[in-house]
Design a protein around this ligand. Structure first.
Ligand code: S3P
Length: 417
């Protein structure tokens, strides 16, 4: 039975985090419509409440009274839960505040590298002490007056870039960040929406601080990273025809659309709004998908979609190669190992490589008990595999899906009626 009908996917997670953060740092009131209230975004909201912010939520509308870059010292450690985005971005904010703070996280987050943010912030004069081995959480931050930075990003990471932008906004002088491979640009875009200035000269981002921002009103579009699961599901499940409404199609995020096009998938964008960077995505079952090679600059544009793209590759003709994606190892799980293990358990042919994986196509998937490694995107990939596998796909850790997609199963029921 295919997937059918229209669906409004949940709001963009990256944008929701940033809307809370910019709203907190701006002067005056910010109203955000359609904010995502997933576990990760709730982590950000709670952290800013502990930092003295008044935040009102009514359904998916949020009103926040900005503090013009002056936050209050929290009385206890800020709990970052499972959220790498909250942790890394808040480090850039707290490094320049006038107080000490402490960040802690769940076991998965406590394994993830934070040095990538701590090192450049320390070059700016920040005082950041990681208590975990390898620069991991818990982390103690003593706020300092920072000096500007001229930094070349060693990895394409919007989280690192955004942390440095938040620090630079609070620092007198011109900071420069060079990005060899572009990463998602929501921070740069939102900064402008809050009245800030940022100049982009080729690969260089220049921010002159200190800046003051003003509160604004915005509506968050649907998250293409959540839409990706239904795009893949519809492409591989016979008799599917779905319309995903009002999805964010910022070009720094649309790598999956390019991949589906290259695979020959039946996908079209309707109602494209170039200014808002949104569109409806119409997807239909595609009997013959072609294999692809995914590498280079494309990787940051689809980094979170690789699990479900790998599932898609199990149904395509030929061999799909994912390379230049070593970053997968430091996501919510080691997604190279975890993904290969999951695909193999389902009867697919996948091998890990140093910086990605190779998937042979046209496997008949079978039901199995798989490990989601407590990773929301792997759990959702397993759930989608269950739609086409022979027999039941079972996995633990389904509750982690609420990290990014609280209504995942309701939406699945809606599309699979
Ligand atoms: C995110 C950036 C990406 C992505 C993560 C969200 C963001 O991480 O994987 O889910 O909101 O900035 P990196 O910037 O570390 O690649």
């Amino acid at each position: 039975m295919g997937l059918r009908g229209n669906l409004k996917v949940p709001a963009d997670k990256s944008m929701s985090h940033r809307a809370v953060m910019f709203g907190a740092l701006a002067k005056g009131q910010t109203k955000v419509h359609n904010i995502l209230l997933s576990e990760d975004v709730k982590t950000t909201i709670q952290a800013f409440q502990q930092l003295g912010l008044t935040i009102q939520l009514k359904g998916s509308d949020m009103v926040i009274e900005g503090r013009d870059f002056t936050l209050t010292q929290p009385s206890e450690a800020l709990d970052m839960g499972n959220s790498g985005t909250t942790t890394r971005l808040i480090m850039g904010i707290l490094a320049a505040q006038n107080f000490d703070s402490e960040l802690k996280g769940d076991p998965s987050l406590s394994k993830r590298p934070m040095n990538r943010v701590a090192i450049p912030l320390t070059v700016m004069g920040a005082d950041i002490r990681a208590q975990g081995v390898k620069g991991t959480l818990p982390i103690h931050i003593t706020g300092k007056k920072l000096h500007p930075l001229d930094f070349e990003m060693p990895v394409a990471s919007a989280q690192v870039k955004s942390a440095l932008i938040f620090a630079a906004l609070q620092t007198a002088g011109k900071s420069k960040i060079t990005e060899e491979v572009p990463s998602r640009n929501h921070t740069e875009q939102m900064l402008k929406a809050f009245g800030g200035t940022i100049s982009i000269e080729g690969k260089k981002i220049i921010i002159e601080g200190p800046q003051h921002l003003r509160g604004t009103e915005m509506t968050i579009p649907g998250d293409i990273s959540s839409a990706a699961f239904w795009i893949a599901a519809a492409l591989i499940t016979p008799d599917s025809d779905i319309l995903l409404e009002n999805v964010g199609v910022n070009p720094t995020r649309t790598g999956i659309l390019d991949v589906v096009k290259a695979m020959g998938g039946k996908l079209e964008l309707l109602n494209v709004d170039d200014l808002a960077q949104t569109a409806d995505i119409h997807v239909q079952y595609t009997e013959t998908l072609k294999s692809v090679t995914i590498s280079g600059d494309l990787i940051p544009r689809l980094i979170d979609e690789i699990p479900v793209i790998a599932l898609l590759a199990t149904q395509a003709e030929g061999e799909t190669l994912v390379k230049d994606a070593a970053e997968l190892k430091v996501k919510e799980s080691d997604r190279i190992i975890a993904l290969v293990e999951m695909l193999r358990a389902l009867g697919a042919d996948a091998v890990p490589t140093e910086d990605g994986l190779i998937v042979q196509g046209q496997s008949k998937l079978q039901g199995a008990l798989v490990d989601s490694y407590g990773d929301h995107r792997l759990a959702m990939t397993a759930a989608i595999a269950g739609l086409i596998a022979d027999g039941e796909v079972q996995f633990a850790g389904g509750e982690m899906i609420a990290t990014s997609y609280p209504n995942f199963y309701q939406d699945m029921d809606k599309l699979c009626q």
